[in-house]
Structures are given as C-alpha cells and as structure tokens.
Design a protein. Sequence first.
Length: 136
Amino acid sequence: MPTSPLPPEATAFLARPNIATMSTVRRDGAPVSVPTWYLFENDHIVVNLDAGRTRLAHLRHDGRMSLSAMDPDDWYTHISLQGRVASITDDVDLVDIDRISTHYGGGPYPVRDRPRVTVVVEVERFHGWGNMKGAE
C-alpha cells in the first residue's frame, strides 16, 4: 500500500464529486462507516460534519480515518485513503460546507441553523482498484 503523495491520476479522480464513505473508530475500537461528501485538496481529505455527529466525537477521540471514493459509474473503480486528523475547526460562516455542497449539488448547503465543523485529514496511505489500480 503506497504512501502519499498520490500520483496525478489519483488526485484527478479524487477531485471529482465521487460517492464516498468515511470510516472512523468508536471508543470501543469498532469501525464505523458512513456515506459522506468530501473535497480532496493539497493531498488532504476535507470533510464537514454537523457539530453534533457521533463520528466527530470518534475523530476527536481517535484521529484515524479512512475514506473510500468510488466511481459512480463503476463502483469497482475506487481509491481508499487512510490517514489522521490534521485539524478540526469550527465552520462558523459555513464556508467549507458551502464549498462541499456546491461541489456535489451546485449550490450552498441548505441547512443554515446547525453548527458545522471542518475536519482536515492528512493522507498517510492509499490503494486503488479497478481503473485506479495503476495509481498505486
């Protein structure tokens, strides 16, 4: 499993609004995976969570995270990234969730009355499969 930085074909793939799941580690050590939106910027994963989400508590307790991005037309083609939280910051003006929402849906995030948090994850390792297998 290669370490970062990712090759250009992998970063181009990750720059798309792919279907993705993020996995975190519960306090009892069990993994938890949920669908998520993300951005891939400067070899980092950027996700934005409602401040009340349990997965945010998981990341605050144990900063390990994995994200698998799948080609919406061919789920066999995917890249899985493993890394650790580099930063957790309040998204006070909803700037980051609006960037992510625009990337996926074309406009600002519609829910404006809940606090949001931006998590940036430094990629440590990755692997690809299907058409991304050669990206390793």
